[in-house]
Write a protein that binds this ligand. Structure first.
Ligand code: HEM
Length: 487
């Protein structure tokens, strides 16, 4: 009996405590809303903040995950508040979302001055303190410059072209033997092998399989709930990071021990330059692996999905590649050179359209370094996050008619890269000081993949598959297809 009363009293005080906490939290939110806003000497961009703590995150993801109306979340707010609006997303209550192309361009071009990259902490912890998206100022400029230099035209047009095509020939022969494949997974392994070769001179082996597996855990953790207790995806991601960094250190050690061995990889070039510490090099290499992997491999499987669903585009693409092969004498496993690649005009349209519809880098995070005035006399205060939502613009009817339709022909009049770079309603590779240094590599990989795939195979889908953008862009069933050699 006595213990019963004790338990009741304890339960009561727990309840009272909990109630006080909830009440306190609600009062704080109310205070922020009423006094916080009215005591400011400026107007914040209009918007809504949704539920306490979770804000509007669930509605946002529900929106982009809808195949029929991926812009619904944006559209509703755009109608009420305009193209730049306040929200409460990804655990950030001081955030402004922008789908205004001109403002987005301004944000990206003023990196380091009015804005600076500000990715969620769990992501920064995983990519490491020297992962490019974690660093700012001089170090960012230096590392960005190193990435641009390592991925420059001369290297792409010689080393990368050669390696990609060698790897494609070997890999597609394996696919041919398997006949039924999940294309998404296969492309994942293909691009990882390519990056492992380019960055660390590793050839497909047990080692690269292990790297691929660890890398899978690492990528999964980037989007997992950031709770680091054993057994969670996030914790597994850290273990994977440790494994990958260890592999990179082993390669560094190997280079130091055997200076006579010839390696035509990025690691050797970085070590020769002697501009960065080993810790920086390890994070930098891991970041390149991350940045150049998921994005490129998804774009390959998405392109095949879009083409499967659009036979007219597939026919035109095939015709372009067959004609090129014919010009080159129809030799088996004939390699393309830079001029061949440049001549593939319709392929470029397919690539741009895949990047537009595919959302591989849906948005970028920036923090304001000073108060920023926006249209209509609003101010985004210093220290707030601006989420430049690129997908929101890429799928906007105002800028791309029939925006949800895969229509590669829309790019025919605008093929020049320079012209495209100026178009703020199409920025799949970002812009300004952080413009993706892997942009040309990604496009070239995709073009060479398409060339080899469509000239070698015809295929049929084994199951109906759909694209999901949550938690990241992917084909839900992994695109199971049956491939056959073309006659
Ligand atoms: C379809 C493929 C790709 C897409 C859509 C893509 C997209 C992007 C975007 C939007 C950014 C800007 C991030 C920001 O401003 O905060 C970026 C940055 C970056 N990307 Fe890519 N990327 C792709 C492929 C690659 C490849 C193949 C590599 C290299 C191997 C690469 C390396 C990088 C690096 C190093 C950065 C950071 C630049 C910096 O912060 O200075 N990307 N990418």
């Amino acid at each position: 009996m006595g213990s019963g009363i004790m338990t009741e009293t304890l339960t009561d005080s727990w309840l009272v405590g909990l109630l006080c906490l909830v009440l306190g939290f609600l009062l704080l939110q109310l205070y922020k809303l009423v006094w916080g806003a009215s005591s400011r000497p400026y107007k914040l961009p209009p918007g809504s903040t949704g539920w306490p703590l979770i804000g509007e995150t669930i509605s946002f993801f529900r929106g982009i995950n809808s195949t029929a109306q991926p812009r619904q979340f944006i559209q509703e707010r755009e109608r009420r508040y305009g193209e730049i609006f306040r929200s409460n997303l990804f655990g950030r209550s001081r955030i402004v979302v922008s789908v205004d192309p001109e403002f987005n361009k301004h944000v990206l071009q003023h990196e380091g001055r009015q804005f600076q990259a500000n990715y969620p902490k769990p992501l920064r912890n995983l990519i490491g303190k020297y992962g490019l998206l974690s660093v700012h100022g001089d170090l960012q400029r230096k590392l960005h410059g190193a990435a641009v230099n390592l991925l420059r035209f001369e290297r792409l047009s010689v080393d990368f072209m050669e390696d990609i095509q060698n790897l494609l020939h070997i890999t597609l022969a394996k696919w041919e033997a398997k006949r039924d494949i999940h294309l998404q997974e296969e492309c994942h392994q293909l691009v990882l092998n390519l990056m492992a070769k380019q960055l660390l001179d590793l050839s497909p082996s047990k080692d690269t399989e292990e790297i691929c597996e660890a890398f899978g855990h690492f990528s999964e953790a980037l989007l997992a709930v950031p709770i680091k207790i054993p057994g969670t995806k996030y914790a597994r991601g850290f273990k994977a990071r440790e494994f990958l960094i260890k592999k990179i250190y082993e390669s560094i050690e190997d280079r130091r021990q055997h200076p006579e061995a010839v390696h035509n990889d990025l690691l050797t070039k970085l070590l020769k330059e002697d501009s960065f510490s080993e810790e920086i090099i390890a994070d930098f290499i891991l970041f390149l692996l991350f940045a150049g992997h998921e994005t490129s491999s998804r774009s390959m499987s998405f392109a095949i999905k879009f083409l499967t669903d659009c036979p007219r585009a597939l026919e035109e693409l095939k015709a372009e590649h067959d004609a090129l092969l014919k010009r080159k004498g129809n030799l088996k496993n004939q390699k393309l050179n830079w001029d061949d690649y440049q001549s593939l005009k319709f392929t470029q349209c397919v690539i741009h359209e895949t990047l537009r519809v595919g959302n591989f880098g849906p948005g970028v995070f920036r923090e304001t370094k000073e108060d920023i005035k926006t249209k209509g006399g609003f101010v985004i205060p210093r220290g707030w996050t601006v989420y430049v939502f690129l997908t929101g613009t890429h799928l906007d009817e105002k800028y791309h008619s029939s925006a949800l339709k895969f229509d590669p022909w829309r790019w025919q009049p605008h093929l020049q890269d320079q012209e495209l770079l100026k178009n703020p309603s199409f920025m799949p590779f970002g812009g300004g000081a952080r413009l993706c240094p892997g942009m040309h590599l990604a496009k070239m990989e995709l073009a060479l993949f398409l060339h080899n795939f469509v000239t070698k195979f015809r295929w049929e889908a084994l199951q109906d598959d759909k694209i999901s953008y949550f938690p990241f862009p992917r084909l839900i069933k992994g695109l199971p297809i049956r491939i056959r050699l073309r006659e």
